[in-house]
Ligand binder design. Structure first.
Ligand code: WTA
Length: 635
């Protein structure tokens, strides 16, 4: 039996059982569905203490041969990428697998000609245009490691990421379109590069045709560099455990860290999970609305679909431009069969009224998906009824940057489905719920810390340049388990994700560490100290609530708030703007100097009736002031 295609619930159960009882045999079975130069001689080696995780050792491959070349003989004329521009009046672009192959190879040759090769890191800071996908694949073609940085991040944040992994090149664009705006991109790169010494090459794609400064010897236009380059570039043969991806993500402490994924395991899992979660069949048109700057875009706009010879839609725009019907117009225009978006987008569109979605046809849809944050019941039912017309299953996919691929999710219409539940684990995934002593909680109707007790092929291998940090963040909380940072509930074997249990805030599906935001706020000259918490937000899932102590007295509070917002935009980017900034005289600290965040969270939630025991606070009276001022802010 080949377990690659799961087409019934029985087969899922069979696959799941096999994956737990004989993990190596199970993954051998799946991995054989890909093209390898040399087959692996050891399927899995692992210990979670190191951590040391190696999949498919001895195996060699190139992921682009699997994502592109192997489809050429029989399906070269199938459409690989449909690009839908920001402006609906601009023409959509369709690239067949043959065309994509030529573009990727040509750009791979450009990179090679600039001295970039296996193991070099390349930062990609770009809007959602085809060259982004081409750039990612061109890196993989020559064995360079891509580090995509979401183009909404600030110059400062970009520079941190470029420096952390010492990128040798940057791929970017002159500017970008977003709704009715056109924004600078290259200018931000220039600003970042003022503090980066490792970058020797900047390739610039022309998008909005604004004026940009080109640095002689360093900067080159994409369209000029491609002229005369061959569209044939032999794929670099990679070891299964060679690096493929670095992607920065936020955690509880410190600066964002570079999550590392490797070639073999990531490929196998991205391909396998895509195929089964979306129940993709050849000829279907699949659309994921995420940005390639996040893991969802890596695994489920680029790699997962292309590994299966799928047609993947790439959308440059936003859900509300030119109007709130755009998503549904695009679904109808390209006859999308699988649609995958985030709860925050669903809630935002739901708030704009049903007429937009009612006006659309949507009969092409077969499966609709959700990702990035817990989906609340109201949004779930609206999505199911209005978008799925009551007939499409919702796949609520729980996973993380670190997991590389879907971990807990329905598989199309095969699995039992329950509103707000992600559902059952994928084959190969062994979730457990732990109590605070690290004991596994058995049975159903229980809640605990969500951990994973056995490796899966696309799990992170390390955090770039700092293996100790990887160990401390994910493998030290509970011995022998990968700790996800999420809490979950289990009913009938199905999981419902409750949300983060650490100091990570999830704002519109974007992850921030409270410490990361506090550090940025504290760098403002008017601030002495700050504490940041998340609070429930109707559209964003969570909002950012900042408590700030000012330096000195007599400040104009509105002016100060503007300054703090400006600092955050500069340090991180507009996506980190706080929803509420409350100026406070002090923070509730224990005698040992620890901030009692529990109290700050309660106040932010507007739930101050019972703040619990405050007797261990150094100065309990500060709580009364914070409470009274918060009520005035009328959150
Ligand atoms: C949250 C995004 C509930 C969760 C793929 C996780 C979810 C974090 C879901 C990872 C879901 C993601 N239901 N919560 N379906 N999907 N999350 O790294 O808290 O950007 O730990 O990866 O998002 O966010 P990341």
């Amino acid at each position: 039996m080949n377990f690659y295609e799961i087409d019934s619930f029985d087969k899922y159960q069979d696959a799941y059982r096999t994956s737990v009882e004989q993990p190596s045999a199970f993954w051998d079975n799946i991995a054989q569905n890909f093209h390898w130069h040399t087959l692996w001689n050891k399927t899995l080696e692992w210990d979670f203490d190191g951590p040391n995780i190696k999949w498919f050792q001895g195996g060699t491959l190139n992921i682009t041969e699997n994502a592109i070349d192997r489809h050429l003989a029989e399906h070269g004329e199938d459409v690989a990428v449909i690009w839908e521009p920001n402006n609906p009046h601009e023409k959509a672009v369709k690239l067949t697998y043959r065309e994509l192959s030529a573009e990727v190879n040509r750009f791979a040759n450009v990179l090679k000609a600039r001295g970039i090769g296996k193991g070099d890191r390349v930062a990609i800071y770009m809007p959602m245009i085809p060259e982004l996908t081409i750039g990612v694949l061109a890196c993989a073609r020559i064995g360079a490691v891509h580090s995509v940085v979401f183009a909404g991040f600030s110059a400062h944040a970009l520079a941190d990421r470029i420096n952390d992994s010492q990128c040798k090149a940057v791929l970017t664009s002159d500017g970008m379109f977003r709704g009715n705006k056109s924004l600078a991109v290259k200018e931000t790169v220039d600003e970042a590069l003022a503090s980066c010494t490792s970058v020797e090459t900047v390739v610039v794609v022309q998008r909005d045709e604004r004026e940009v400064t080109m640095v002689d010897g360093r900067d080159v236009w994409y369209h000029e560099a491609c002229v005369g380059e061959s569209d044939v570039c032999p794929a670099e043969v990679m070891d299964a455990e060679d690096l493929l991806v670095i992607l920065y993500t936020s955690g509880s402490t410190g600066k964002p860290k570079g999550v590392v994924h490797t070639c073999g395991g990531y490929m196998v899992y991205a391909g396998y999970s895509f195929k089964n979660v979306f129940q993709y069949e050849r000829g279907d048109v699949y659309w994921c609305t995420a940005d390639v700057g996040w893991i969802t875009g890596h695994s489920y706009i680029i790699y997962g679909p292309l590994l299966n010879g799928a047609t993947t839609v790439m959308f440059e725009g936003v859900p509300t431009f030119p109007d709130a019907g755009r998503f549904w117009q695009v679904v109808d225009k390209h006859r999308v069969n699988q649609f995958y978006t985030a709860p925050t987008a669903i809630r935002a569109l739901m708030a704009m009224g049903d007429e937009w979605v009612n006006d659309a046809d949507l009969h092409s849809l077969k499966v609709i998906g959700s990702v990035g944050e817990p989906i609340n019941a109201e949004a779930w039912y609206w999505y199911h009824e209005k978008v799925g017309r009551g007939r499409c299953p919702i796949v609520d996919t729980w996973w993380q940057t670190e997991t590389g691929g879907h971990m807990i999710s329905g598989l199309g219409d095969l699995s039992p489905q329950r509103a707000t539940f992600a559902g059952l684990p994928l084959p190969g995934v062994q979730p457990v719920l732990l109590d605070s002593d690290g004991q596994e909680i058995a049975g159903d109707g229980v809640e605990g810390y969500l951990c994973i007790k056995h490796p899966w092929p696309s799990m992170l291998r390390t955090t770039y340049g700092d293996h100790e940090r990887c160990k401390n963040t994910y493998f030290s909380h509970y011995n022998g388990y990968y700790f996800t940072g999420d809490g979950a509930r289990r009913e009938d074997g199905m999981y419902r994700i409750i949300g983060r249990v650490d100091d990570v805030i999830n704002v519109s599906g974007h992850r921030f560490g409270t410490a990361e935001i506090e550090n940025a706020i504290n760098s403002s000259s008017v601030v002495t100290e700050s504490a940041v918490v998340g609070y429930p937000h109707d559209i964003k899932g969570q909002g950012i609530y900042a408590y700030v102590i000012l330096e000195g007295e007599g400040h104009d509070h509105d002016q100060v708030r503007r300054e703090i917002v400006a600092t955050l935009v500069e340090e991180i980017g507009p996506i980190a703007k706080p929803d509420v900034i409350q100026i406070v005289p002090g923070l509730p600290k224990t005698r040992s100097g620890k901030i009692m965040r529990r109290i700050l969270r309660k106040v932010a939630e507007g739930d101050t009736s019972n703040l619990g025991d405050t007797s261990t606070l150094l100065d309990p009276s500060v709580v009364d002031v914070i409470k009274a001022d918060a009520e005035k802010l009328q959150v």
